[in-house]
Structures are given as C-alpha cells and as structure tokens.
Design a protein. Structure first.
Length: 366
C-alpha cells in the first residue's frame, strides 16, 4: 500500500463517517477493544475529528465534500465542548465501566485533547485550544517524580496513573499544545521516566514498567515505596505473564515516542542502547509472530500504521514504512465495508476510528 493509497483511504473514511454522525455531533461509542469497558462517545468523536481535520487540509475534497466535512467537524467539536462530554467542567467523561474511573486515566484525556488541538490548528477554533489547555493543567504534575495524576470527571484528584503508556501518550499530546509550561513538564517526564524504561532482553518495552521512583527517606513515600518493593519481587512473574501484551503495545509506545521526537529531535534517548533495541526488535520475525498471539495488536493497536509512522519519523527507510502499511492492509482491511481497520476486530466502532493514527503518515507536516 502506497502513501497515496493511504490518503485516498483516509478521505473515503471521512466521507463515510459523516453519514454515521449523531445529531448531537458525537459518534458511536466503543468498548475499548479486548477490554470490553463501556466507553462514552467522547473518544471516537475525538478520533474522527482528527480524520476530518486531515481531510480538510488534504485539498482532496471537492467544494461540497469540504462543506460536509467542515460542518461535521464543527458539530463534533461542539459535542466535545458540551456538558455531555464535560458534565462538571472538569475532565472529560470517557468511560462508564463499573469499578473504573470515568476519566479513563490519562489516556482518555490525552485522546480528547488531541482532537481539540487538531481542530484548533485546522479551523482555528479558539475555544478548542482553551479547553484543551484547561483540562491538561487540571492534572497535577509531580516534578520530583516526573509524572501526572489523574483527575476524575467531578474534579476529584486521583492518584498517579501507573500505566506507562498512559503517561507517555499524555506527554506526547501535551507537547502539541505548544505551551511553555507544558513543554517543561513533558521534558521532565522524558528525562526522568520516558528514557528510563524497563525492556525485555529482546527490546520489547515491558507493559508494567515501573514509572515511579520513591524516596524511602520521605515519610509520605514510605507506603508506596513498600508496595514498589513488593512489585519488584513480582517482576519476574509479571514479565513472563505480560510478554505477549507488551508485544501488542510496543508499537503504540513507539508511536508516542515518535511524536516526542519531532519536538525533542536531539534528545539523547533516541541514540541510546535501550531505544535502539526497541526499534530493532520490530525487524525481527519473532516480533511479527508474537503479535498474532494476543488481542492487542493489529485491529486494536494498529501496529502497521503505528510502525509506519515510527519509520517516517526515525528515518528507517521507505521500505520499512511500506512494509508495515502493507501488513496493516493485509491484516485488517475489510473488502465488504472498504474499511481499512475492522477485519478481526473485537470492537469495530473503535477500530474504525483509530484510522486517525494514519493521518500523521499521510500529512507531511505531522
């Protein structure tokens, strides 16, 4: 699949999506793929908004199509700025799963802020940027530890989000706010946490990598320090149990690193032994074989699209980019619906919307 093929697929996807938009501007909610957690329409609406922004910018639409897409973009952003999405004017309401936070940790907020940044950049909707900044800065950042805390929909400050990829993606989206305070936080995260990750011997990033460094001499840190020590004892078992899941999330992590690379091109981490191993494993046949052993790659995390973008940003060659794009097409293209993303998916609605990740490949400026 060529880049031109990808651009055409994105345009067709945007025009199909317009027909599925709800009257209130939202798009159908999914269930977070294999996790089967009930989500609100916020996530997928933000994803489709990014696709619409690409379509508008591409100059591949005729006047009537552009009018449709722009109208749908305004409806989508109005939904994201509405009380349905932020019922308490705090964080976005992203999930309604029993026993889970409604903000969906940091990742739910990151995906929504991402859509608002894109629509601000393309349609100059000032309120979109203002709300994106407001929600981002609601999240307390611990400069000593280099990570953010979660904020519930009602504004209640929750604990740290201990899922590494959530912190990484929150940083990758925050840097696109192009705000000096946000940039300082992201740089701190990258220096303290982002470049000090735990990998397997083959270079796969460990899904449960420890992101917090506690000070046992600090009274408030002692309980968490003890828990962290216990987790260290459990690490060998966890590493074995979580290997296939870690493989499924590897490209998702690398994609976020690629976004950060555009803003910190000279950071030492990109030439480190750890990061080079993380890249190198993607050329290993065992990596490809292991992707098919779990539910987290391909239609959920779109591995081929994500690694194609990684190849673009880290200059891994056209062959690398085209190989992974073609692999994505082979694995998930559904000829009946002409949808690139849904074959084999446990959550067709979300998988279809995640084609938005391909906009960074098709758009030369991203």
């Amino acid at each position: 699949m060529t880049n031109e093929d990808l651009r055409n697929i994105l345009i067709k996807a945007s025009l199909r999506a317009v027909l599925k938009q709800h009257d209130n501007g939202s798009f159908e909610a999914g269930c977070n793929g294999p996790y089967k957690h009930s989500e609100t329409p916020v996530r997928n609406t933000a994803h489709w908004l990014s696709v619409f922004c690409y379509a508008i910018k591409s100059n591949k639409l005729n006047l009537q199509e552009r009018k449709y897409i722009e109208n749908s973009s305004h409806k989508a952003v109005n939904y994201l700025l509405s009380n349905n999405s932020r019922p308490n004017k705090k964080s976005f309401f992203c999930r309604s799963a029993k026993g889970k936070d409604s903000c969906n940790g940091l990742i739910g907020q990151a995906w929504t802020i991402e859509g608002l940044i894109r629509v601000y950049n393309e349609l100059n909707i000032e309120e979109a940027r203002n709300v994106a900044l407001e929600v981002f800065f609601l999240h307390p950042f611990d400069y000593e530890k280099g990570i953010w805390k979660r904020v519930e929909v009602d504004g209640n400050i929750l604990g740290f989000d201990f899922t590494f990829n959530h912190q990484l993606w929150f940083a990758a989206i925050a840097i696109q706010l192009e705000d000096a305070r946000a940039e300082k936080m992201v740089k701190r995260f990258l220096d303290l946490v982002g470049q000090n990750v735990d990998i397997y011997s083959d270079g796969i990033l460990f899904h449960a990598t420890n992101i917090v460094k506690y000070n046992f001499l600090k009274l408030s840190d002692i309980p968490s320090y003890i828990i962290a020590l216990l987790r260290e004892f459990q690490k060998p078992r966890l590493k074995k149990t979580l290997y296939i899941k870690s493989v499924g999330y590897h490209s998702f992590n690398l994609y976020a690193y690629a976004i950060l690379k555009k803003y910190f091109p000279s950071h030492g981490f990109w030439k480190s032994e750890i990061f080079l191993k993380m890249i190198s494993i993607t050329n290993n046949k065992a990596f490809l074989d292991n992707l098919d052993k779990g539910p987290y790659g391909w239609p959920y995390n779109p591995t081929g699209i994500e690694l194609a973008y990684v190849g673009k940003i880290f200059s891994l060659g056209d062959g690398y980019v085209q190989k992974w794009l073609s692999m994505q097409y082979k694995k998930t293209y559904d000829s009946v619906s002409d949808d690139l993303m849904i074959k084999g998916s446990a959550d067709i609605t979300t998988s279809s919307a995640r084609i938005y990740e391909a906009t960074r490949i098709a758009d030369k400026s991203l």
